[in-house]
Design a protein around this ligand. Structure first.
Ligand SMILES: Cc1ncc(C[n+]2csc(CCOP(=O)(O)OP(=O)(O)O)c2C)c(N)n1
Ligand SMILES: [Mg+2]
Length: 409
């Protein structure tokens, strides 16, 4: 099935390849079965969510390399080890952050456990001059962009509002308001097109965010203006406690068709497939052929955040079934079978992981508390009377503690 872009705008750059990206669905996904009014919607809505023949996969959960007619990849042993290292170190960093939250060093943490392949595969598909608009869970993408992992923790410790300069790594600040970054990405991509630049933009968002109006608006604008943007939806099956079947009655990637651009579903636990599919979508954007929706079909192995308890709403068996599809384990199996990595490589990586954990721990504990008054800085470029009033009130409140400490002496 090929979905042609209906965008009227001309491609920004001449290109030898003008054909639209094919969606890999050889067999159209089934529409939900008709149900009687008495049948609970929950049962029928399950069907389109399951992974079907439309899933692009290059590495099976058993670590076997398979081919796909529309997507191929040929990596050196060195590149394969690089992807493995990225995923292992990202997981180690993430585990350390979760532990630091439990020790009271962070206020909150949103773990990416299970989503390493989606993030490293897509992150490594990017060029330096591409621009990334993440959610709050893209620690693996941040890693690929060269953002120091310790910088990701300041906001979660409550000592800063972000922790890095977005323009240093072309990696925007984390966005908590779900879906809003897809509009920022679309606007940015429209600017890229107007500048005649040949870079691309990628927006990350979740299955839950796909229900936001912002996402629908960004799909419309990017399609109509032929914006060079890739929408990378990590369908991790849950939006806090809401399962994906409460967000959509069709597989998410099929939504793109209604907006006039291609959509593709990739095995989000297969780093090779995520790399190949994202690379292809970014190239299409760079050629001036407009947006693509990539749905990375994956699973949130952990809690939504450290404030959440998933045992309240999902079954242990579900998690266990996804454990068998672990993204890191399958690449390790392949590396070993292909003779692309030896014991010395894995041992050295273990040591590197431990060193990263230690560095992160030490950096977090050493983060200085901010000046409480700093919260009023940078609210308005030229100041504002209301903020000035609040600043004065808060200064008086702070001073009251010093006064009572004096009285107590
Ligand atoms: C506009 C908006 N509404 C509600 C929330 C509260 N909220 C935070 S995360 C979340 C679920 C997001 O789920 P999903 O998009 O699937 O991303 P995931 O957390 O699974 O990565 C919600 C509803 C929010 N941050 N922003
Ligand atoms: Mg989700």
């Amino acid at each position: 099935m090929t979905v042609e872009s209906t965008a009227a705008s001309k491609p920004r750059r001449s290109s030898k390849r003008t054909s639209a990206v094919k969606t890999p669905a050889k067999t159209p996904a089934k529409t939900p079965a008709k149900t009687s009014a008495k049948t609970p919607a929950r049962t029928s809505a399950k069907t389109p969510q399951s992974s079907g023949p439309e899933l692009v996969q290059l590495l099976t959960p058993e670590g076997e390399r398979v081919e796909h007619p529309d997507y191929s990849i040929d990596l050196t042993a060195d590149e394969l080890r690089g992807l493995y290292r990225d995923m292992v170190l990202t997981r180690r960093f993430d585990a350390e952050a979760t532990a630091l939250q439990r020790q009271g060093e962070l206020g909150l943490w949103a773990s990416l456990l299970g989503q390493e392949a989606a993030q490293i595969g897509s992150g490594r598909a990017l060029h330096d001059d591409d621009y990334v608009f993440p959610t709050y869970r893209e620690h693996g993408v941040a890693w690929c962009r060269g953002v120091d992992p310790t910088n990701l923790l300041g906001m979660f410790r409550g000592v800063n509002h972000g922790g890095w300069d977005p323009n240093s790594n072309n990696f925007h600040l984390y966005t908590i308001v779900i879906g809003s970054q897809t509009l920022h990405a679309t606007g940015y991509a429209m600017g890229v097109a107007k500048d005649g630049a040949d870079s691309a933009v990628i927006a990350y968002f979740g299955d839950g965010a796909s229900s936001q109006g912002d996402v629908a608006e960004s799909f419309t604008f990017s399609a109509v203006y032929n914006a060079p943007v890739v929408f990378f939806c990590q369908n991790n099956q849950w939006a806090i406690s809401e399962p994906t079947e409460k967000q959509t009655r069709v597989p998410l990637y099929q939504r793109a068709q209604g907006f006039g651009f291609p959509g593709v579903r990739v095995d989000g636990n297969d780093v090779l497939a995520c790399l190949a599919v994202t690379r292809s979508a970014l190239e299409r954007a760079r050629r001036g052929e407009g947006p693509t929706l990539v749905e990375a079909f994956t699973y949130r192995m952990g809690a939504h955040t450290t404030s959440d308890d998933p045992t309240k709403y999902r079954a242990d068996e579900e998690r266990a079934s996804w454990e068998a599809k672990d993204p890191i384990l399958r690449l390790r199996t392949y590396l070993e079978k292909a003779g692309a990595a030896d014991e010395a490589f894995f041992t050295a990586l273990d040591e590197e992981s431990e060193a990263l954990g230690k560095r992160v721990r030490e950096a977090v504990r050493a983060m200085p508390d901010p000046d409480p008054m700093a919260v009023f800085d940078h609210v308005y470029a030229d100041g504002n009377p209301l903020v000035d009033e609040e600043r004065a009130q808060f200064a008086a409140y702070q001073a009251s503690f010093a006064d009572s400490a004096e009285e107590g002496k």
